[in-house]
Write a protein that binds this ligand. Structure first.
Ligand SMILES: Cc1ncc(COP(=O)(O)O)c(C=O)c1O
Length: 403
């Protein structure tokens, strides 16, 4: 029987073998690490021949070699509607690559007010110095977004759920408004990945991920990606190449290995996170759980409508506690590492203080008590949920013990 055509298969099936071309991998399962700066030409005629600027053509190391091409091709298959994917040495570099593709001096960038802090810093700092103005809008107010669009607006940066506070924007509505008004829409799609949120299919123009998180998945590699449809991919590629962006083949091999198990890890982390989020919601020490997969949590309805999956990252707010109590809680945790990343196989925790990171969005959320403002973010890994819950339980007891 003939193999089913690629397009007939779902992304989770495709990513198991995506990027495996015989000319790159030979008989082995994953592409070897092709370490190369110099690519050699057979003769002068070959050197002089115009080589198309596309993945799969040997040229020079900065344009990659089979290991990077295989990863980029696999990520393109992960994102329905993508014409191609560019790789960057970090997620922040990928966000910069996407923004610089869309913006020129004099333009206005609209940015969701719950964007990842370095995205905000880029808007208020480097982009401003290059003559681009950044204006923030309330993530949950599509009318405010529309009202903020002006003649000079060229791009919008979305993020759903948003960093730290996890609001789920109405991305299809915002992307449609952006397209109607001629803005390029860019989403930081790291949280759900295209497995949980096929961003281009939902109307977004450029889908960015920090591959450092779920796709790498093992806390040992940094990388970012940006995927675009046929209208914008050439511009995205031109900008990345002009900036000299390239990733190492060793790192590309690690990220490709992570991609193969992405679906299973996300499924398990989502299920454990949901169990823990529901347990926390019922605890008297917790004021609010911000986990879009949890019924009753802010943004749950929109998440249900637009997403096909979740992940292990969510936040919660302690009820009526101060910073010292939160520190006692975090310090008492035994199974959660204290560290600034997420999406790996092991659980992590960080404190969350969104107030200074918001320009226009309401924080604390409407209806929340002003003294309930000390937050915690958990990245749930692959441990047994019962052990993680027992750990959280003893840490809450330690927090109270210190009062
Ligand atoms: C939502 C989000 N986007 C982007 C990034 C940046 O990724 P990287 O650390 O790979 O630069 C992060 C990192 O924490 C993140 O949380």
């Amino acid at each position: 029987m003939a193999k089913p055509p690629k397009d007939a298969l779902r992304p989770a099936t495709r990513i198991v073998t995506a990027g495996r071309r015989p000319e790159w991998t030979g008989a082995v399962v994953n592409p070897p690490v092709w370490r190369a700066s110099t690519h050699l030409y057979e003769n002068m005629a070959a050197l002089k021949s115009a080589i198309p600027n596309e993945d799969g053509r040997f040229y020079y190391g900065r344009r990659g070699a089979p290991t990077q091409w295989a990863l980029a091709e696999a990520l393109t298959e992960l994102e329905p509607g993508a014409a191609g994917t560019m790789l960057y040495p970090s997620g922040v570099a990928a966000i910069a690559g996407a923004l610089l593709t869309a913006l020129r001096p004099g333009d206005v960038l609209l940015m969701t007010d719950n964007a990842y802090d370095p995205s905000r810093v880029m808007g208020k700092g480097l982009l401003r110095e290059f003559g681009v103005e950044t204006r923030f809008f309330d993530p949950l107010d599509p009318a405010a977004f529309e009202a903020a669009i002006c003649e000079r607006s060229r791009a919008v940066l979305l993020e759903a759920p948003g960093s730290l506070t996890m609001e789920v924007q109405d991305v299809p509505a915002l992307a449609a408004k952006a397209r109607k008004r001629g803005l390029v829409s860019i989403i930081d799609n790291t949280w759900a990945s295209p497995l949980g949120f096929p961003a281009l299919e939902r109307g977004v123009d450029i889908s960015v991920m920090s591959l450092t998180k779920h796709v790498g998945g093992h806390s040992d590699v940094m990388m970012g990606s940006a995927a675009a449809g046929p209208e914008l991919y050439a511009r995205l590629r031109r900008t990345a190449q002009a900036l000299g962006q390239v990733v190492s083949p060793d790192d590309a091999a690690l990220v490709l290995r992570g991609l193969r198990t992405l679906k299973t890890r996300l499924k398990q982390e989502t299920s454990t996170a949901l169990e823990i989020a529901a347990w926390l919601r019922d605890r008297p020490e917790i004021a609010l759980v911000m986990c879009p997969m949890l019924p009753g949590s802010p943004g749950h309805e929109t998440w249900l409508r637009d997403f096909t999956g979740g992940c292990g990252l969510f936040s919660f707010i302690l009820k009526g506690r101060d910073a010292a109590a939160r520190a006692r809680f975090i310090d008492a945790l035994q199974l959660f590492g204290i560290g600034y990343s997420w999406g790996g196989f092991e659980s992590l925790v960080v404190p969350v203080d969104p107030a200074p990171l918001r320009d226009v969005a309401r924080w604390p959320f409407a209806g929340m008590d002003a003294e309930d403002r000390f937050g915690v973010r958990l990245s749930i890994g692959l441990e047994d949920p019962a052990d993680l819950i027992a750990d959280l339980d003893q840490a809450l007891a330690a927090m109270k013990g210190g009062r």
